[in-house]
Ligand binder design. Structure first.
Ligand code: B3K
Ligand code: ZN
Length: 887
């Protein structure tokens, strides 16, 4: 495989103004005919089209069939020599949807025909210029057996339909908006539809349709509600209106990603579209809400304004994630929403940024673009847009977005075009800011404070540095916005008077944004006459930049921030810092038991304070976040060499100590959250359940202590038996199944399987619960589950639920020192490589993180990577990842 470089970008030499497609659908031999209006843009008369695994049936120019010496089809390219300057190209090919296990192009999911064309799947359907900067008007005619495929869908509006003499029926669709071929879609099969209507702000009525298999009809209400909320939100917040008369969503079982924003015809992984209380957790409901919104928002940020090339992927993905996060913040509790975003970013994206696969938000080269649909492009990309939004302020940001959508409507553009709109509206030079797009790695910001009572001033000294990443050294300083405030020792906010270099004093009110631009930089605050001791800085409020920030806080200062800061995110983060400062020395000492009073006095007091206030809190969501210990992944991120067993041991010991010390409080708080209300996936109820199930988690920490054992077992069992919703049922089941005594989970797991064996998505949860049981012998169980009748390696959701969960969320079992976990994962990667390279390349990621583990593990992980690398027929996807990891 060859790398492709951004610097080699060349504009297309031909325009493909329109394409008229006809599909004669057949499971093994689908015929695809295309009539393409081609127009040369320059002197070149040699047209090279993409085409992969296509059986060429015929080719003609302006109706004249081509002789064999007028074209060549090899290495996935069709070369036409000496074409006219404008002509109609007719092509006919045959493809085999049933044999398509890569789930890219046209494939069958169960009996359903569907497509996935982003990034480069259209070339598996028809010859074309498969690149996002070639926009065409599409017409699509679908012909099929009405028995097997009564429903025929494609982009745009249906314009004609009929029946052929042989009994097949057909529908023709037309999409009035020119689009790149990655947004093409078709669906055909036996589906039912949930309908609704949305009236846009200008008064147009839009048909909303969600298409699913009949047995899933009862799981669509939440997606429909979320879609309408997203449509309204985009009108109100961004002034963006929907542009077609129909908006369709189809849920399919076999899908590599979460969903796809095809124009007017979104195709969804059923896991991100279907939801009902019986089978879907609160988290699942929230995921549906955010993915539905994400794909909808793409209609403007991605479809109407698209990417010039795939290096610009974050232009649409980072921006759209930022938009869906803002939507979710408005639909849920904003503070907790932000905490969850940052939790994910700091544990998973930071880990990627520190790994052999680290890459800039805008990569400058790739072998396989599908490997770049990453946390960095999506989540760090969203953080960059968030920084822009904060730098500009809400009004200017909105104006800049308006300018971007208006100026580039119908065009394929770059990150520079986006940032130029921000510059133009704000009248700011953002050239230094652009480094966020070019430089990989997570910046470290070290801060020190100097309080001077004589001058009543406080100076903050900042240092920033971004570590080297593969292929990138000597990083330049970034523009890092630090939203901050100062508190006095009692936690009261202080007015900020910043002394500028000119000597002028700038009053910032109670909160300001410091813009770091240099490697070292100081800011001085004056007028602190009232103070008797150093102020407490509250830095990086709302996580105003995706950096690792350190400040030598005392435990007392952290406790004050936790209790008093005006910023919800920083109240929570002060708790995280306090927990890290407490846990890390214990991890280093590999303790097995914790005496809170002695080993963790401040944390003990913090929990006491939180649990005392708990009775009166109105904000259960925030309280649950505050009471949750840092995850394994976040703790692991703090170490260059991850002490797997010690982290897990100390985390469990701390959970145990907190559970025991505050047993009556956990129990009372648990009971106080039990609600008689009927289940609804709405914010206050979700908050209450998250607090309840956190308490349950602490209670079950005592599952092995004789005096508590029976009581906590009964509490969990009762919740499992009596809950009317999957959130509570799954929480209880997980704790029972993960209890040290394996017999606790046996019957409930069997009951679960008995009840839900017909429901694929629900069984995924059953696989995950077992894959994450935190004991080494889980490997044996996971191996057995591969043979379970409900498991299939062909279904990406199943692969993620069982194999992915094991490798990513079960550190003790995956990293068992024998290396058996690594070898097993490599076996699965090798098998998947043979039929679904995209999923194989994602699955191998945990092995690529070998540098973060001690020697024995490093050797074992590398050995598996080398074994994979030595396979014949390695896909470009897996090859690229494995090669980077072994460099
Ligand atoms: N744009 C799609 C991702 C397509 C993945 C291609 N391998 C989903 C999304 O981000 O909305
Ligand atoms: Zn997206």
């Amino acid at each position: 495989a060859q790398a492709i470089y951004l610097r080699n970008y060349q504009a297309p030499e031909f325009a493909l103004d329109a394409i008229d497609l006809t599909f004669e659908l057949d499971p093994q031999a689908t015929k695809v005919s295309a009539e393409i209006q081609v127009r040369a843009l320059g002197e070149n008369r040699c047209l090279v089209l993409d085409g992969q695994d296509l059986t060429l049936l015929s080719l003609a120019i302006d109706g004249r069939p081509l002789d064999a010496d007028e074209y060549q089809y090899q290495n996935d390219q069709l070369t036409l020599l000496n074409v006219p300057s404008a002509f109609c190209l007719s092509t006919q090919v045959e493809i085999n949807p049933q044999a398509n296990s890569a789930l890219e192009g046209l494939y069958l999911s169960n009996a359903l025909y569907c497509t996935q064309c982003e990034a480069e799947g259209f070339r598996r359907i028809s010859f074309f210029l498969d690149r996002p900067d070639v926009l065409s008007r599409f017409t699509t005619k679908l012909i099929a057996d009405p028995q097997h495929a009564p429903i025929l869908l494609a982009n745009g509006n249906p314009i004609a339909q009929g029946t052929l003499a042989d009994g097949r029926h057909w529908v023709q669709w037309q999409d009035p908006f020119p689009k790149p071929c990655y947004l093409f879609a078709l669906v055909a099969g036996d589906l039912v539809c949930i309908q609704d209507t949305f009236v846009t702000q200008s008064g147009r009525s839009v048909d909303l349709q969600i298409w699913v298999e009949a047995e899933n009809q009862h799981k669509c209400a939440h997606a429909m509600r979320s879609l309408k909320a997203a449509m309204r939100w985009d009108e109100e917040v961004y002034g963006r209106e929907y542009d077609l008369d129909i908006y369709m969503i189809v849920a399919v079982n076999d899908f590599n990603m979460g969903a796809m924003e095809n124009k007017g015809l979104n195709i969804f992984n059923s896991a991100c579209a279907l939801a009902d209380p019986q089978t879907t957790t609160d988290l699942g409901f929230q995921r549906v809400e955010s993915v539905i919104a994400h794909e909808y928002f793409h209609n403007w940020s991605g479809n109407r304004v698209t990417c010039r090339d795939w290096f610009q992927l974050s232009l649409k993905e980072g921006f759209t994630v930022y938009r869906d996060q803002a939507f979710s913040a408005d639909m849920n509790f904003a503070g907790v929403q932000r905490i969850e975003e940052v939790t994910m970013l700091r544990s998973a994206q930071f880990a990627e940024d520190a790994s052999p696969t680290a890459h800039p938000v805008r990569p400058d080269h790739y072998m396989e673009i599908n490997n770049f649909y990453t946390l960095t492009v999506y989540e760090k990309g969203a953080e960059i847009v968030r920084m822009l939004a904060n730098l500009l302020g809400p009004q200017a940001f909105r104006q800049a977005c308006d300018l971007y959508f208006t100026r580039f409507d119908g065009q394929a553009v770059t990150v520079e075009d986006f940032v130029a709109c921000m510059e133009e509206i704000s009248q700011r030079d953002l050239s230094q800011f652009m480094r966020w797009y070019h430089q990989a790695g997570t910046p470290h910001v070290q801060v020190q404070g100097q309080y001077c009572p004589q001058t009543a001033s406080y100076r903050l000294d900042f240092q920033q540095a971004t570590p080297d990443t593969p292929g990138q050294t000597n990083k330049q300083p970034l523009l890092i916005p630090i939203t901050m405030g100062l508190l006095d020792a009692q936690g009261r906010p202080l007015p900020l008077k910043l002394k500028l270099a000119s000597g002028e004093i700038q009053a910032l009110g109670l909160q300001g944004v410091l813009e770091l631009t240099q490697a070292q930089q100081s800011f001085e605050f004056i007028g602190l006459e009232e103070l008797t001791e150093a102020p407490i800085p509250s830095l990086l409020r709302g996580f105003s930049a995706p950096v690792k920030l350190s400040f030598p806080y005392t435990p007392t200062q952290l406790a004050t921030l936790m209790a008093q800061d005006t910023d919800a995110f920083n109240r929570w983060d002060a708790g995280q810092r306090l927990a890290l400062d407490t846990l890390m020395p214990l991890i280093d000492a590999q303790v097995t038991q914790i005496d809170l009073a002695q080993d963790a006095p401040m944390l003990l007091e913090a929990y006491r304070a939180l649990l005392t206030e708990a009775e009166h809190t109105q904000d259960q969501a925030m309280l649950a976040s505050m009471l949750r210990l840092p995850s394994f992944a976040y703790l692991a991120e703090q170490y260059a060499c991850i002490p797997v067993e010690a982290i897990e041991q100390v985390r469990q010991a701390m959970r145990f100590a907190l559970a025991r010390t505050f047993y009556p409080q956990w129990k009372a708080l648990y009971q106080a959250q039990i609600s008689q209300q009927a289940y609804a996936p709405e914010a206050t109820q979700i908050a209450q359940r998250s607090l309840k199930n956190l308490c349950l988690d602490y209670l079950l920490a005592l599952a092995a202590v004789p005096e508590y054992q029976q009581e906590v077992y009964q509490i969990a069992l009762t919740q499992w038996r009596t809950s009317d919703n999957m959130t509570d049922a799954r929480a209880a089941l997980t704790l029972l199944a993960h209890a040290p005594d394996a017999s606790w989970g046996r019957d409930p797991l069997a009951e679960f399987a008995q009840r839900w064996q017909q429901d694929a998505l629900t069984m995924d949860q059953w696989f995950s619960i077992q894959a994450t049981r935190p004991y080494a012998d889980t490997l044996q169980q996971v191996q057995n589950l591969l043979q379970h009748p409900n498991f299939s390696l062909k279904n990406p959701n199943k692969v993620r639920a069982l194999i992915g969960a094991f490798a990513q969320q079960n550190p003790l079992a995956f990293h068992q020192i024998s290396g058996a976990g690594y070898a097993w994962l490599a076996d699965q990667v090798i098998e998947l490589n043979g039929f679904n390279p995209q999923i194989a390349a994602r699955l191998v990621i945990p092995l690529t993180r070998w540098q973060r583990y001690q020697d024995t593990r490093q050797t074992l992980m590398r050995a598996q990577l080398e074994r994979i690398q030595a396979q014949a027929n390695l896909s470009a996807d897996v090859y690229e990842i494995v090669t980077k990891a072994l460099q």
